[in-house]
Design a protein around this ligand. Structure first.
Ligand code: M6R
Length: 603
């Protein structure tokens, strides 16, 4: 969603701010802006739409300021427009603010400030921050006091950067429930909502915790929740620049699909080996705890939830412990029955998804043990959970999740094997699954290498309006994920159905020429799904089949045979490619699909 960049430097910052914003484009946004302190004034430039629109109104030669803040906005309060774009400023032009998050009591604050004679020019919740700062500044005559009093009044979530001519050479920073990192680097001090925006300048980051503040000037001064000065240690993030480059690929999504074998290898490295039981860093579960475990919940959103479904299949098959998979936004309002004998696993690539984090907090209140599975180091979810397991997929930039999904599935299967080993159950199955997991990257490369064939198939489907994806068991979960990929980036409507359910209603929608994608990798259910495919074929459907069976027909995509517990890792790859090629064929922006954001930080 929204993105933030701030720079304090000895040289001009406008280019760096725009470059940082461009790195954050993947988060999804609908307007952009910058504020620069120069000659004792704040200059604000902003516009609706892409960063290119903003750049069109920037004259870099005249923007000589060495301190600035910048923002990409994903509209929540107020339509996407120039007026609602950040930075926002008070009438007296004392404080310019960029903000991620939501000020929940903004209406009450706005009302109060209007009664005090202040006026507003946007519909946003954010605008109350600079106006409130001005109100307190007029009362106290002190910027730091005004900052402190303002933060005291705010309810909700925020990552905030403030610049003011009253404290030149300074950016004021505050964080609560919305990520913010700082770094001291080449020729400047940097602040950003996400590491990629500033990784070019430093690899050592300070991760602000909730309620911490900082003042960036010649150095960084950190403050704790009581506004007392505090020390912070930096943490090194070892990402190379090509991790956030397209590296010769046309799109990030295409690059990330190709990176999947490596992402899985990195995620399982040090965890899975043939001669040792599975072990995790900073995480273990006792045999006595697992024996008492009544149930497991896996809670997540979107693709992460689909990874959770494959996790359910694995844990139930390998450990015989019942698993419920819930969409985070539903779980929260279902009054779930949890206690100390419930293990709750929360999966989130970004680690910032508001619904998933709220669900996690609820599980903790109800005394369940909580494990976060995330791809982003030090993300918010890691601070809420009892334990964190990291996927090591590397930064995922495309909105449509691919390599994170594969890594999540691999990690949860490893967790299932781990629990089974602790319980001394199914030793032979565990051993053979570990072998399979280690062989997977090579098999994935084999599947990826057939991508031209997937492109040919995709071409036949480009003009479709409605598609079906069907499968049973884990193949149904792959169908759900394949269908989501298609919807997200090609804007073609599709439905994923459990193959056996089609005849209970949706088969009425099948007509001559309707495309139905069948996934058939589980030998136990393959005959049944193949019969369901025959049923729709008899009603005129065009079948695309993804299978590891020896079936010789048109439009069949063959993938290598592997245990059905992990077959989704192979079966999803052709479906990712098909969604990608259809979107490209339609001339769409696959990395930044309309209306979507990479991390969904609103509930
Ligand atoms: O960062 P998270 O894994 O928590 O995100 C969850 C979903 O928003 C995400 O998986 C979304 O469905 C993706 N765009 C799917 O490709």
């Amino acid at each position: 969603m929204c993105g933030i960049v701030g720079v304090v430097s000895k040289s001009k910052v406008a280019h760096k701010l725009i470059k940082g914003l461009k790195t954050l484009e993947y988060r999804g946004y609908d307007s952009a802006g910058i504020a620069i302190l120069q000659d004792g004034d704040i200059t604000i430039l902003k516009d609706k739409g892409r960063i290119a629109n903003l750049e069109a109104i920037i004259n870099y030669d005249s923007l000589t300021g060495t301190i600035g803040i910048a923002h990409t906005r994903w509209a929540t309060h107020g339509v996407p427009s120039k007026e609602n774009a950040h930075p926002h400023m008070d009438q007296n032009k004392h404080f310019a603010v960029v903000h991620n998050g939501i000020i929940e009591n903004y209406l009450e604050l706005k009302d109060f400030l209007e009664n005090q004679g202040f006026s507003f020019s946007s519909q946003t919740d954010t605008e109350v921050i600079p106006v409130l700062m001005e109100y307190y500044y007029q009362k106290t005559g002190n910027v730091m006091d005004a900052f402190k009093d303002t933060l005291n009044d705010l309810k909700g979530s925020y990552a905030i950067l403030v610049i003011t001519p009253l404290l030149p050479n300074t950016i004021l920073v505050a964080k609560k429930n919305s990520p913010l990192v700082l770094g001291i680097g080449n020729n400047g001090i940097y602040a950003a909502s996400d590491i990629p925006a500033i990784i070019e300048y430093t690899k050592d980051f300070y991760f602000l915790q909730d309620d911490e503040k900082a003042v960036i000037g010649d150095d960084i001064v950190f403050y704790d929740k009581d506004f007392q000065k505090t020390d912070k240690e930096s943490k090194t993030i070892d990402w190379e620049m090509d991790a956030i480059d397209k590296n010769g690929f046309e799109d990030y999504m295409l690059k990330e699909i190709h990176e999947q074998p490596e992402a899985l290898k990195n995620t399982l490295n040090g965890i899975v080996s043939l001669n040792n039981p599975i072990s995790f860093v900073n995480f273990s579960l006792d045999k006595s705890y697992l024996e008492k475990l009544k149930q497991i919940y896996i809670v997540a959103c979107g693709t992460a939830m689909h990874a959770g479904l494959v996790g359910k299949y694995a844990i139930e098959k390998i450990c015989r412990i019942p698993v419920n998979v819930e969409v985070a936004s539903e779980f929260r309002y279902q009054d779930p029955i949890l206690d100390e004998n419930t293990l709750c696993i929360f999966i989130s690539q970004s680690g910032e998804t508001a619904d998933t984090i709220a669900a996690l907090k609820l599980a903790r209140e109800k005394k369940a043990k909580t494990v976060a599975v995330t791809n982003v180091f030090e993300s918010s979810i890691t601070r809420e959970a009892d334990y964190t397991l990291y996927t090591h997929a590397g930064p995922e930039i495309a909105v449509a999740s691919t390599k994170a999904y594969i890594s999540q599935v691999g990690l949860i299967v490893a967790l299932a094997i781990y629990m089974s080993e602790v319980l001394d159950k199914n030793t032979d199955l565990c051993q053979s699954l570990k072998r399979d997991l280690m062989n997977l990257p090579d098999l994935m490369n084999e599947v990826i290498s057939n991508n031209q064939y997937y492109q040919e198939i995709a071409k036949k489907m480009t003009k479709e309006q409605d598609l079906f994806y069907i499968g049973r068991g884990n193949d149904y979960y792959t169908a759900l994920e394949g269908s989501l990929k298609l919807k997200e980036i090609s804007y073609i409507h599709s439905e994923a159905y459990a193959a056996g359910e089609l005849k209970h209603g949706p088969i009425a929608l099948i007509e001559n020429g309707t495309f139905v994608v069948g996934i058939v990798t589980d030998p136990i259910t393959s005959e049944k799904t193949l019969s369901n495919l025959e049923e729709v074929k008899a009603r005129g459907a065009n079948i695309i089949l993804v299978t590891n069976q020896d079936i010789k027909k048109d439009n069949v995509i063959h993938i290598p045979h592997i245990n059905s517990i992990i077959s989704p890792i192979l079966a999803i790859i052709p479906l990712q490619f098909i969604a990608y090629f259809i979107a490209k064929e339609k001339g769409l922006d696959v990395d930044k699909p309309r209306n979507l954001a990479k991390s969904v930080t609103v509930e």
